[in-house]
Design a protein around this ligand. Structure first.
Ligand SMILES: *[C@@H]1O[C@H](CO)[C@@H](O)[C@H](O)[C@H]1NC(C)=O
Ligand SMILES: *[C@@H]1O[C@H](CO)[C@@H](O)[C@H](O)[C@H]1NC(C)=O
Ligand SMILES: *[C@@H]1O[C@H](CO)[C@@H](O)[C@H](O)[C@H]1NC(C)=O
Ligand SMILES: *[C@@H]1O[C@H](CO)[C@@H](O)[C@H](O)[C@H]1NC(C)=O
Ligand SMILES: *[C@@H]1O[C@H](CO)[C@@H](O)[C@H](O)[C@H]1NC(C)=O
Length: 443
């Protein structure tokens, strides 16, 4: 969305009025908010989601907010009964730096789910060698058509469809070029992993992507396809499908039983995280932060695209079209960061699957407060998930925040993210910018 300066000024004026109302009706408990940004003093008996929980082990579940009490065990919305013996295909629809690796793990850690991390990488590399998603409508149509075909094949375990996109093309189905193979447990365990490993080595291979690639030998795609067929469900994570409507044909396919989990995040958080991660692409934003002056040639499209795509998808789902019924759930990364167990349970009950204890263990081990024992593992970025979710508030300058929230204003309102109008408000972490909202699945 493009705004003229005049309309920006008008927006700003209107927002000041909204801000007053927001402050006057502000009623959240500041202690919980401290928890939510990871700043709660640990010597206080505060019911932070997983903080104390993991230190005293799972026996202590009864004492915390996330306890599986009769009320919290069931989601905050009601769902139709699903036939859980039916094979379910799960697509995690995300954007870069929105926490999708974390959500992917919620399925990767389930022993009955075959999980693939971003197979569409190969499609994009083959069809659109230039980095980034094309906004050219013709190129986009080609890419989306190919992406849908491949997703359908992969869910049906026809992994051979992927081979045509891998470069160099696999010889006798074997390749060492599958993107992020190590992120998939199924591809790092026997029979797909051909090395004979003892239990200790196997767990190392599962915990470390590089170790999997080093130890398991070339990936045999045919063997992987058999492993896929042996699992009851399949899940794929992608950041390469911009909008939910791009998936309509798949969602309407009765043979596929596809369910989409759309992960969204505050665009200001996405921006801060991308600035850290994609240092070249977001160089001018770093310059802005360092100098306090906005470079005149800053590429505003980068953040506008995120907001437009989210806005399009969320508006579509709010209209509850029949093709989304029972098949779409929106998940805010900030909610997952604050209440990982509760949100995982809601997710699984939407999908009609049973949350495996291994998944719960993984969540407990990989969110805030877990012991040092496992902290060498690769999920250091999600370890402090709750703190990370809002740490953009100390990483972006106020001007950058103000710019982003003006560009993304309709989306922020729709997703329940509050705008800030003063640096003091931005840095005051006891003032949460995430409104309590529930986003029930489309039913
Ligand atoms: C924490 O939660 C438990 C059970 O939900 C409650 O009994 C206890 O009073 C709470 N503690 C604090 C400090 O809120
Ligand atoms: C559930 O699905 C399985 C496999 O598709 C089928 O055999 C079974 O009859 C279904 N059960 C119900 C209650 O629909
Ligand atoms: C991969 O597995 C298939 C089926 O098991 C087999 O025919 C093929 O020879 C294997 N490829 C290699 C390189 O071992
Ligand atoms: C969680 O951590 C414990 C202790 O470090 C370890 O024994 C267990 O295997 C871990 N579980 C998962 C699912 O990561
Ligand atoms: C921070 O926000 C809290 C909650 O809105 C408020 O009570 C407090 O006065 C604020 N602190 C500062 C320094 O503005």
């Amino acid at each position: 969305m493009r705004c003229s300066w005049k309309s920006m000024v008008l927006l700003a004026l209107a927002s000041i009025a909204i801000q007053y109302t927001a402050i006057r009706t502000f009623s959240s408990n500041p202690l919980n908010l401290l928890c939510s940004v990871g700043l709660a003093p640990t010597d206080h008996a505060i019911n932070c989601s997983l903080g104390q929980l993991t230190q005293v082990g799972r026996k202590a579940l009864g004492g915390c907010d996330e306890a599986p009490s009769p009320t919290s065990a069931s989601p905050s919305f009601s769902l139709p009964a699903y036939n859980s013996s039916r094979r379910t295909h799960i697509l995690i629809l995300a954007t870069t730096r929105s926490g999708s690796s974390f959500v992917g793990q919620l399925f990767n850690q389930h022993p009955e789910v075959f999980y693939l991390f971003e197979p569409l990488y190969h499609v994009q590399l083959a069809l659109l060698p230039r980095l980034g998603q094309s906004r050219n409508p013709a190129e986009r149509r080609v890419m989306m058509g190919a992406a849908r075909d491949l997703l359908r094949s992969l869910f049906h375990c026809h992994l051979g469809g992927l081979e045509g996109y891998i470069q160099p093309r696999p010889a006798r189905h074997a390749t060492d070029k599958l993107f992020r193979r190590g992120a998939s447990r199924s591809l790092c365990s026997p029979p797909v992993c051909e090395a004979s490993l003892d239990a200790k080595e196997q767990s190392l291979v599962l915990a470390d992507e590089g170790e999997c690639v080093r130890r398991c030998g070339p990936l045999n795609v045919s063997v992987a396809a058999e492993a896929c067929g042996a699992k009851r469900h399949a899940a794929i994570k992608t950041v390469r499908i911009p909008q939910i409507s791009d998936l309509r044909a798949l969602l309407e396919d009765p043979k596929l039983n596809l369910k989409v989990v759309q992960l969204v995040r505050d665009p200001r958080g996405i921006l801060a995280s991308r600035i850290e991660t994609f240092r070249d692409t977001y160089r001018l934003w770093r310059l802005w932060r360092a100098t306090g002056r906005r470079p005149h040639n800053l590429d505003l499209g980068q953040i506008n695209t995120v907001c437009e795509d989210f806005l399009h998808s969320v508006s579509t789902s709010l209209a509850k079209p029949p093709w989304l019924k029972g098949r779409y759930m929106l998940l805010r990364y900030e909610d997952l960061a604050r209440f990982p167990l509760q949100k995982a349970r809601e997710l699984y009950s939407f999908l009609g699957l049973v949350l495996h204890p291994g998944v719960e263990d993984w969540i407990t081990n990989n969110t805030r407060g877990s012991s040092d024992l496992s902290s060498r593992q690769k999920f250091t970025t999600v370890r402090d998930s709750a703190a990370n979710a809002e740490n953009w508030r100390v990483k972006l300058s106020f001007d950058m925040v103000a710019y982003t929230q003006t560009a993304c204003q309709p989306l922020l309102g729709l997703l329940g993210y509050k705008a800030v109008f003063h640096p003091r408000e931005l840095r005051n972490l006891s003032h949460s910018l995430v409104e309590d909202r529930t986003f029930p699945p489309v039913v």
